[in-house]
Design a binder for this molecule. Sequence first.
Ligand SMILES: Nc1ncnc2c1ncn2[C@@H]1O[C@H](COP(=O)(O)OP(=O)(O)OP(=O)(O)O)[C@@H](O)[C@H]1O
Ligand SMILES: [Mg+2]
Length: 367
Amino acid sequence: MAIKITLGNSKGGVGKTTTTCLLAISLAKHFNQRVLVVDFDAQADATDFLMRTFQVNKDLTNHLSIFDAIKSPKRSQEAVLVLDDNLHLLPSGEELSGLDLLLLEKGVFGKFEAGLYLDLVIQQIEHEYDFILFDVPPTSNIQNINAIVASDYYIGVMMTQAKSYRQMAGFLKESEKTAASARESKYGYEGAELLGILMYLENKKSNIDFTVISAALETYGDAILYSRVYERERVKRYDLIPPNPNKFDQHDKKIFAMYDSLAHEILMRVGKVSATEPKLRIQQLLDLAADSLNRDEYNTLAAAFDAAQFYRDDATEARDFTAAQLATVLRDIFENAPAQKRRTYIHRILDWLQTDEDLKSLQHVFA
Ligand SMILES: Nc1ncnc2c1ncn2[C@@H]1O[C@H](COP(=O)(O)OP(=O)(O)OP(=O)(O)O)[C@@H](O)[C@H]1O
Ligand SMILES: [Mg+2]
């Protein structure tokens, strides 16, 4: 059975579609997973992006879309477009905006049953895949409800803006509500669970980002994914010139390092790869340190770690180590540190974070 995931947030333009598509490419091409992207947005951005990326020049006028599949689930398989060996697409189109009307005609509008239609489609084809990713529209509506009903998990995509923070709360609440209705219904659903919250960082020099990240960590704790998506010119450029998944240049490789980290973390969270691999667990490190710190020190360290992780793409590259190596070293330092020494260690780490030195020099500090 496929693992089905919806990426959402009730706000528009937070990079849901881009993240869904690049994550799908990463899972399929770099982690050898069989992936289906279901474009469940009438804007058809994912359809457009993926078709351009994989140079599928098919005219979709006479091809079945997700809307046709909703109308006759038995034809779902016919609607699937092959983009690459491991990556398939259930395309969308404008006609999907007629979904409300269709549900009205079927007499289910406003009832829980209106949320079951996407799942009927997925049931027909899910055995073919390891992952199914749903791309949904920005506003909370019947599409989102259908996607959550059909999903095992949802991921909230959160921009580091105060507004997005509030909207995240709305998205989580609505998703929980839908999942609860599914669980309590007579249809035997387990109900989708929150898999994690993905931070989308707009401006790496902004203090607002730090403030929002700290607040989000406090509210959502472990739900915050350690993988983050940074705003990058290259990704914007993909709107015009899509990546070539079979021939990445240096810039594409850097971009995919972000989405590969996300793919890897998702594989860990759903139990498909071992969770013992080194990973950046800033929150865990902070928890370990918390007992020895007063509030100010804790906040300083949290901000410093955030900054370090924040800059990690550039910093780690310049300093010639990976984020995972850094995480391992930090974790070892804390695990082996006697309580009375933690505070001293933290100050050494703070000092080190502000230098340009490589990872070995950090180990020297504690030798
Ligand atoms: N990591 C990134 N760096 C830079 N630009 C990005 C990044 N991710 C997405 N974008 C850009 O942000 C814009 C909005 O992205 P996208 O369409 O993925 O958002 P969305 O949340 O799906 O929007 P909607 O709510 O309208 O569906 C696009 O122009 C996209 O190229
Ligand atoms: Mg979108």
